[in-house]
Design a binder for this molecule. Sequence first.
Ligand SMILES: [Zn+2]
Length: 76
Amino acid sequence: MKPQAQEKPTPRRCVFCAEEISAPSVEDAENLRRFTSSHSKILPRKKTGICAKHQRHLARAIKQARELGYLSYTGQ
Ligand SMILES: [Zn+2]
């Protein structure tokens, strides 16, 4: 007998794949902020459910946005 999983994990789709967006925009700070913690750390893929490709693009966009002053480095 195989051990049964107690709960079926809900299938999560990458929001960028679902909306067919190639990469999040650097200027779109409000959207980028959704993927950072209260201390402005980039949230891991486990929490956001983004695919590996888009997580790489997102991380780069967030870092560029910090450099340009759209996002803070340390949070409020
Ligand atoms: Zn994706």
